[in-house]
Design a protein around this ligand. Sequence first.
Ligand code: NAD
Ligand code: TYD
Length: 340
Amino acid sequence: MVITVTGGAGFIGSNFIFHMMKKYPDYRIICLDKLTYAGNLSTLDAVKDNKNFRFVKADICDREAVYKLFEEEKPDILVNFAAESHVDRSIENPDVFLQTNIMGTAVLADACRKYGIKRYHQVSTDEVYGDLPLDRPDLLFTEKTPIHASSPYSSSKAAADLLVLAYNRTYQLPVTVSRCSNNYGPYQFPEKLIPLMIANALNDKPLPVYGEGINVRDWLYVEDHCTAVDLVIHKGRVGEVYNIGGHNEMRNIDIVKLICKELGKSESLIKYVEDRKGHDMRYAIDPTKIHDELGWLPETKFEDGIKKTIGWYLENKTWWETIISGEYRSYYNKMYGSKC
Ligand code: NAD
Ligand code: TYD
């Protein structure tokens, strides 16, 4: 089996490569990644010398490079993690989100049509459903919830979902889509809530909480997401969408306070700052379909997952310190400089 993993030098893609190479040592895994600010080749150090692994630096929008890879490797499965993934950046500059998330997906789907594929899997997000009200805890996103995206990021992901599902109907491309809730765990870029708060707390810097901190996200440990995608690509039904989430809704402020407690830092570091534009209030996934059809259940409880994650950031300071001392510093100053 040959699997191409796009975006494999990023957070979830790299964890997925580790998961797959451990579980299926005979599979050949090709990672195609542009190495944007969010991609980090050093993340893949542990697998780079494995004879069944190949890294290709390329942009998913580069049709020639993608077709060349298909001619060389003839993948059986393609799992598309490659994306611009940060909502705040999409509010600042939507253009690159439309390019990568929509046009890049089109190039990958075209390559699969041209050269053939057993499965094209699109890694998507619960954010395509928009948000839920805080005062209706009974409401959850199911696969039948209408698409109602709020940000340039989520609307670009929604467009990509619609496109690949249209390729299934029109060209019978064997497509699956998974829509996951917020992930956390090792190798997450420190611009996202959990690693940003861990890094700032460790450096005794202000912890910038947007608005009142009452927005709710449904957190899933990254390894559980990888297990779900593994199941969907092997056993999921073609043309179907699968929601992935762990019934673990938490308010941002409670997560930040928990990180302070775990690290022995004072909550006085918390600084309430201007809210995100169009900030989604609540995400919550109903994972009944993937549970009933594929037997998937999350294994990591949040209280264990957050300890493991904090432990990882403590043990791997060089990984994230290199990031926050580089080009990321100007992003941070631009986004938070006047706020904190
Ligand atoms: P990430 O930003 O950490 O990594 C993205 C990776 O894609 C990076 O390695 C980057 O270099 C690569 N990339 C970006 N543009 C590219 C291009 N044009 N060509 C090739 N490679 C390119 O993202 P992540 O958090 O690992 O998310 C992975 C996927 O999962 C995304 O599609 C995202 O929408 C989805 N998702 C993420 C979450 C989450 O909580 N992080 C939740 C649900 C879904
Ligand atoms: P984020 O990790 O960016 O994921 P997403 O926006 O895709 O859910 O943000 C998670 C939540 O944390 C979101 O409600 C915004 C909030 N947040 C802050 O309060 N402060 C921050 O510095 C960041 C990055 C996020």
